[in-house]
Ligand binder design. Structure first.
Ligand SMILES: NC(=O)c1ccc[n+]([C@@H]2O[C@H](COP(=O)([O-])OP(=O)(O)OC[C@H]3O[C@@H](n4cnc5c(N)ncnc54)[C@H](OP(=O)(O)O)[C@@H]3O)[C@@H](O)[C@H]2O)c1
Length: 242
């Protein structure tokens, strides 16, 4: 799949109303793909679709909580009904809830694992029949460097992203001969409002959402023979520890 071929492609990006997912949807749209916007908040989905269309891109959207298999199945039905099919799934939706293990509530644990890990399983599982109908495609998961480096207060988030690495790699082995490429991107700190932080001054060293989107586009631009199955993307010059 090369970039110039994306004009015939349909791409679903979960969590694409802001941040990294939004940037990925914009880069896919610029490369000619029809993008399917999705997140939990219906109003944000409608606004994002409308903005992309105003800019001349092909976009459609439907709200979906990736934690619910039922909602994910409805999203796939929406795509099957409203688009020519599905070629690319970017599993980007994610949440970060942090805190000492003793203070992390079971509800917070569940929210992180169900969104960042089960949500990816739900979307991939429900998307595979659509991808196969089109002769194959790509599934790209947005993981994190927190998927290989644990940190204090990261029990739920680290577990979700370490788990996502295993899920991605096993899925890659399951799907390669069905002509579906599976890859994952592990960014370091990105300037978004993830986990309630407001991007602002002093963010210059962080990655931008577009940096992550560019990594996704690199994977999609590769020749059919080749698969970059994992990209570690780190800020080049984070503040030095004294
Ligand atoms: N920012 C970073 O430093 C960083 C670094 C490495 C990796 N990542 C990963 O990159 C991904 C995107 O992060 P971001 O920084 O762009 O976050 P963000 O700005 O908070 O955006 C998250 C997006 O996901 C959606 N979302 C959250 N829960 C959802 C659910 N249950 N179902 C469907 N959509 C849901 C949100 O919309 P709604 O709230 O309306 O649902 C929003 O569109 C995450 O997987 C995160 O772990 C982020």
């Amino acid at each position: 799949m090369t970039e110039e071929h994306l004009s015939e492609k349909v791409a679903l990006v979960t969590g694409s109303t802001r941040g990294i997912g939004r940037a990925i949807a914009e880069e896919l749209a610029k490369a000619g793909a029809t993008v399917v916007i999705s997140a939990r908040r219906e109003k944000d989905v409608a606004e994002t679709v409308s903005q992309l269309r105003t800019e001349g891109f092909r976009a459609l959207g439907s709200a979906c909580d990736v934690r619910s298999y039922e909602e994910v199945a409805s999203l796939m039905k929406f795509i099957a009904d409203e688009a020519p099919g599905l070629d690319i799934l970017v599993n980007n939706a994610g949440v970060g809830l942090f805190g000492h293990i003793s203070e992390l509530t079971p509800e917070s644990w569940n929210q992180v694992i169900e969104t960042n890990l089960t949500g990816v399983f739900n979307c991939a599982h429900a998307a595979i029949p659509l991808l196969k109908e089109r002769g194959g495609g790509a599934i790209i998961n947005i993981s994190s460097l927190a998927g290989k480096n644990a940190f204090r207060g990261g029990t739920a988030y680290n577990a979700s992203k370490f788990g996502l690495e295993g899920l991605s790699e096993a899925m890659m082995l399951d799907l390669r001969y069905e002509n579906i490429k599976v890859a994952y991107v592990m960014p370091g700190s990105v300037a978004t409002d993830f986990a309630g932080r407001a991007p602002g001054d002093g963010d210059d060293w962080r990655l931008s959402s577009k940096d992550v989107a560019d990594a996704v586009m690199v994977i999609l631009a590769q020749d059919h023979r080749a698969l970059t199955s994992r990209i570690e993307l780190r800020p080049f010059q984070p503040p030095q520890k004294k």
